[in-house]
Design a binder for this molecule. Sequence first.
Ligand code: GDP
Length: 455
Amino acid sequence: MFIQDTIVAIATPAGRGSIGVIRLSGSLSLSIAQKITYKKNIQPRVIVYTNLYDNKNEVIDEAIVLYFKAPHSFTGEDVVEFQSHGSPFVLDTLIEQCIGLGARIARPGEFSERAFLNQKIDLAQAEAVADLIDASSRTAAKMAIRSLQGEFSKRIQGLNQSIIHLRTYLEATIDFSDEEIDFIQNGNVIEQLKTIVSAISDIRGQAAQGVLMREGISVVIAGPPNAGKSTLINRLSQKEVAIVTPIPGTTRDVMREYIVIDDIPIHIVDTAGLRESHDLVEQEGIKRAIKEIQNADCVLWVVDIQDPVSSQDVNKFLSVDLPKNIPIIYVINKIDTCAHSSFSFADRDGEFSAKTVYISAQSGEGFGHLKNQIKESIGYQDNQGVFLARRRHLQALDQSLNCVQQAAIELNNNTGIELVAENLRLAHVALSEIVGEFSSDDLLGEIFSTFCIGK
Ligand code: GDP
């Protein structure tokens, strides 16, 4: 247990509400509650309905007081919660009283940090607390609660157990190198390495989806002027966010909207129509559009079904090479103006036609298919059993995957059992960082400082 000062914060959102919650954590929590309530007999986990008093003996409010005795609390320390009326004045007065009695204002995320330091939750679970509160869709919230309940951590711990188990064979080979026993063969080490590689890849795939659900995916709408890009963003967001005109070149800046498609958070970006232009403002808009396209998770390349410019390849059209891994969906718009079966691209190739969707941004025809294509192109699957994750988790998983693959190569090439063992140790360290077993103070500071006060 860490002996620390007592912290206090308002745990409910700023503003007025029917109830406001103030949370205290630390060794002074109970005595502060006793002084504010004038009640000596506050029992752990027993609700007390009482008046709260200030230091002049005046009633601040009527409230419920709850006491959780260490270590049986969220933080692992003595915790008291006051549930008063949600008036900012009541809550501020209550905070002042707590500070006057020896508490100090909590830093952002300090309650969760203490829970982590007192081993009530691991680091991935602490992050899940924040992610649950910030979840932007029902699915994201469900995924966060799975992480909070330890599903993600259990998978990581399981991987670590397998790596530790494997390391025992390697250590035995190093320690008993004079003996005739073939620990590598007996332990089936090569097979086990393969199993671990596939297990890490599997978790990485799920974590990558978790990151998408947490951060939202960036879908960029691009293409030549007048193809119907603004009409498309308006229909997708069900709002008139962009100006629609028959005059080419009206969208000159980047426009962003946040939408949710089938519970997937999406940052949708409308960009300036791409064409040769001598207009300085339009040129800048085109530059910005290209930048957005290069950073997208998915590009909707919109063309007018009757416009011959549609047959141009996107890369040629942009005169830049797009990163290979950005999925592009070719959206052929305005199908209401002709029978799309008669339409064909001059340079249609396998990939080109495979991701082509025909729509009418005006009437909404084809939108079901478009939404499915967006989901498919980002690798979205039904999220049952998947947890919310962060980019740092992905980096750690990548690092551990590299190390285990390197270990397999070293073993195969007979370059020395010490190198194999060292790579497995590094894989173990990388995975342990996810749950916070080997985390630096800097990393902890970085994580918890992004939390709200009172969390
Ligand atoms: P942007 O320049 O690519 O953003 O294109 P806009 O969304 O401003 O649309 C250009 C013109 O095409 C406008 O007159 C729209 O009304 C029209 N338009 C957009 N989508 C469709 C569609 O699906 N069908 C038809 N018939 N017209 C459309």
